[in-house]
Design a protein around this ligand. Structure first.
Ligand code: HSE
Length: 316
């Protein structure tokens, strides 16, 4: 075993328009950390501290995504862990906060048990999804998988166990503008708002676009990307739950974004461009639009994170 390990897990942008529950991308610069220490006692976990959540996350280990995922690994390897969670991600923001905590928890426990992360990433994902199930009521892997592997991941077989995944290339020089409003949208609520059935014609339109988007990833065809990163199924329903969303999206497209949609279940919104300066200009335009709707927001200009979850030096 490794007596003490610290793990960082990045934020993720899920859905990407037509890829509801099956497409997600890890992003640089934002994420959660978990410190795990092996302690004597029954297999399982103790949740000793949570920082950065303003006291809002449940402290009971069976109600917290990081500790649920870590406990699932700890029981498998017969170890007991003392955990500390540092939330770098805002809660209920649409940036994969629960997945980052789940993956960080599972990975920290995995490393503490003396297992290399690369040994069984698919197995590790299953443990992380135990945490995701708790947070959102569904084992969707479109945040957890890219958080774990890094880069862009297609969940091509979402209902298999473990889910079937395919890492995708991303067009070079892709910049992402994330705008985080001072609003929260609970993922469970944002999922319950969605229709259970969709008309065949809408489904056809959706899978045509998802296929086009993936072709754009492989070929780097940005016109195709712009045309296909469009969603008429989920975005309109959730857009109504996010005050100012329509204006923010219009501002992004007006300012030259390649595409703009809701990040995950929202309320964060992401827009794509080809340079850092373009991404910053999009951020200003989107923030202004939200301001005019009476909503303060924070802009993060970033790029995909290619690495995924990773261990950090302990002194940090
Ligand atoms: N695919 C999930 C959803 C992501 O849209 O509900 C949640 O972050």
């Amino acid at each position: 075993v490794n007596p003490r390990v610290r793990v960082f897990c990045p934020a993720t942008v899920a859905n990407w328009g037509p890829g509801f529950d099956v497409l997600g991308v890890a992003v640089r610069g934002l994420g959660d950390q978990v410190l795990a220490e092996v302690v004597p006692g029954e297999p399982g976990v103790e949740l000793a501290a949570i920082r950065g959540d303003g006291g809002r996350l449940p402290r009971e280990p069976e109600r917290n995504t990081a500790s649920v995922a870590a406990a699932s690994v700890a029981r498998r390897f017969g170890i007991r862990l003392r955990l500390e969670l540092d939330k770098g991600l805002p809660l209920s923001s649409g940036l994969g906060s629960s997945a980052a905590s789940s993956v960080a928890g599972a990975a920290a426990a995995w490393l503490a048990a003396g297992q290399p992360l690369e040994a069984d990433l698919a197995g590790l994902l299953e443990h992380a999804l135990d945490g995701e199930q708790l947070a959102s009521g569904a084992r969707h892997a479109d945040n957890a998988a890219p958080a774990l592997y890094g880069g862009a991941i297609l969940v091509h077989s979402p209902f298999e166990s473990p889910p079937g995944l395919k890492p995708l290339p991303l067009p070079p020089r892709l910049w992402m503008t994330l705008v985080l409003p001072e609003l929260e949208l609970d993922t469970k609520t944002a999922r319950q708002a969605l229709p259970q059935e969709i008309p065949l014609r809408e489904a056809v339109r959706g899978w045509g676009r998802l296929g086009g988007l993936i072709a754009a990833f492989y070929t780097g065809d940005l016109d195709l990307l712009s045309r296909c990163l469009v969603d008429d199924l989920v975005e309109p329903v959730r857009g109504r739950l996010i005050p100012g969303f329509a204006a923010v999206k219009a501002a992004a497209l007006q300012a030259g974004a390649l595409a703009c949609s809701i990040s995950g279940a929202g309320p964060a919104v992401f827009a794509l461009s080809q340079s850092q300066s373009a991404a910053q200009a999009l951020g200003q335009a989107m923030q202004r639009a939200w301001q005019e709707a009476g909503v303060a927001s924070r802009v993060v200009v970033t790029q995909p994170d290619r690495e995924g979850v990773r261990s950090l030096p302990l002194e940090l």
